[in-house]
Design a protein around this ligand. Structure first.
Ligand SMILES: [Zn+2]
Length: 140
């Protein structure tokens, strides 16, 4: 797993996990990534990758030709990882994330549903939030 610091076109920064650097490229090309704060899909890596060899450029081209089912498979794998390592808290995500942050709840990794407003409020309180490509957002 690789952790990238990503930023959106509104300059919000957030962190997200990927299995490989190719996974990041694929998900971003498919517009599967969105900003944790404002929901923007114009996402880029905050730090430039150290180097891009001609071999990697060729692979990127091949990536663009792959069928969407491959992305679905990838998301499924990532989902499995998260479900194995994190606790699902459903609609209580904001409350639980805050409780863990302030020590009112045992420290652990959680995932669940949140609105853009709730995610923004967590972010402003310094609580890290990572968007997942498959979890539906709560409706406001
Ligand atoms: Zn944003």
């Amino acid at each position: 797993m690789i952790k990238y610091t990503l930023k959106c076109n509104n300059l919000h920064q957030f962190e997200s996990w990927f299995r490989t650097s190719d996974d990041y490229e694929k998900l971003n090309n498919e517009k599967m990534l969105s900003c944790a704060i404002c929901g923007s899909k114009s996402i880029s890596k905050s730090l430039m990758s150290p180097s891009v060899s001609s071999k990697e450029k060729k692979r990127t081209k091949e990536t663009l030709d792959t069928v969407p089912s491959k992305e679905q498979k990838l998301i499924k794998q990532l989902k499995k990882e998260v479900e194995k390592n994190c606790e699902y808290v459903g609609d209580n995500f904001e409350k639980e994330a805050r409780a863990i942050h302030y020590g009112d709840s045992p420290e652990r990794s959680i995932y669940g549903k949140t609105t853009i407003k709730e995610a923004k409020s967590l972010y402003e309180d310094g609580i890290p939030v990572t968007p997942l490509p498959w979890v539906d957002r709560k409706t406001n």
